[in-house]
Design a binder for this molecule. Sequence first.
Ligand code: HEC
Length: 159
Amino acid sequence: MATEEEFKALLKQTHRFLNLMYAMILITIGTMVTYVNNPDFFDLSSEQMIVEVPIPAEEDRDRIENGIHVRTGFIDAEGMYIVIANCTNCHSAKLVTQNRMTAERWNETIKWMQETQNLWDLGENQEIIVNYLVTNYPPRKAGSRRANLTEIEWYEAKD
Ligand code: HEC
């Protein structure tokens, strides 16, 4: 028959064992709950970095301020959206807006891009685009040249 000492020792051991089981059950449940809520938590193979890229709302993308289309910098005028759709795919709008040309030279630039840069056939839009460009980005008038003289009183040269 076991002594009282032996019985106490057995009880202690059992208690420890139950504590251990209890802890393991808690860890298991914790792991399961974590997995159910976020399965990627245990995926150590890929370093996951979630970068939130704000996608501007449609009205934000096409916001006009002081007559300027904010996203691209284009002057808000007839044909602007066709220009945006065709002329901002390969380079920034800035490359377009920093240039000022006659209709002829805008057409030449388009032709050059079509021949060398894979710009597509613009079809009927070409006229709309060039109209927009030459209206809003015409060549600058030479600022230093004086204006043509008007209202001059000529006198008859006597011979
Ligand atoms: C298929 C691609 C593509 C599209 C679409 C495109 N371009 Fe270009 N464009 C280019 C490339 C490439 C260059 C040369 C860029 C550079 O030099 O860094 C260029 C250059 C330019 C230049 C500068 C030319 C120069 O002489 O420096 C202007 C102006 C221009 N593009 C206007 C336009 C306009 C207007 C449209 C819309 C009709 C347009 N682009 C659409 C590819 C394109």
